[in-house]
Unconditional design. Structure first.
Length: 182
């Protein structure tokens, strides 16, 4: 069974079925109860009982409400689950931005896990190389340089460390300007 934690809409209509006990060790918990939604549409869409947790947030000086279908954990854990879901979302956003997965090797759970772990390990290896050589390039740029130079015989340090602009001025190359006459 899957459990969820969410924030209720301000206009959510419900009846309290039972007040749950709140331990004295959690003074920030204002209310912990078993509820059932009573709105015309909502009671048809979700006929099960829900858990309603009301908490005082001292950081923002606000009262925050949560709903969940999990009655097994404490009210404090419900609030922490919601708070930490942002960490999970940030992690998956980071994966989407940094881990390049173009084609999956398979669609089973194991295939996806192996593919994801391989991509993460590759990213961390490139990040370690970047850190070890104190490269001025980003991790993505280092990965691109390694990928396009994979078959060239070049020292890794030379490849991923940025060259000074003074080394280019030593070359005696005459480049045409866009506006030079031919």
């Amino acid at each position: 069974q899957a459990f969820w934690v969410s924030r209720p809409k301000e206009n959510m209509k419900f009846t309290t079925i039972k007040q749950l006990t709140i331990p004295d060790t959690t003074p920030s918990i204002i209310e912990d109860s078993r509820i059932r939604v009573t709105g015309y549409k909502s009671c048809k869409l979700y006929p099960e009982d829900m858990r309603f947790v009301r908490v005082y947030d001292p950081d923002n000086d606000a009262i925050v409400d949560f709903i969940s279908n999990n009655f097994e954990v404490s009210a404090l854990e419900i609030t922490n689950l919601y708070r930490h879901r942002w960490d999970i979302e940030v992690f998956f956003k980071w994966i989407k931005q940094n881990i390049v997965i173009k084609n999956l090797w398979g669609f089973s759970e194991n295939a996806v896990k192996v593919h994801l772990w391989t991509a993460i390990i590759s990213y961390l290896t490139v990040a370690r190389i970047k850190a070890d050589y104190n490269s001025g390039y980003s991790v993505t740029e280092v990965a691109t340089l390694i990928r396009i130079s994979a078959l060239e015989r070049i020292e890794l340090r030379q490849l991923i460390t940025k060259q000074d602009s003074s080394t280019n001025s030593d070359q005696n190359v005459k480049e045409l300007s866009l506006f030079d006459d031919f």
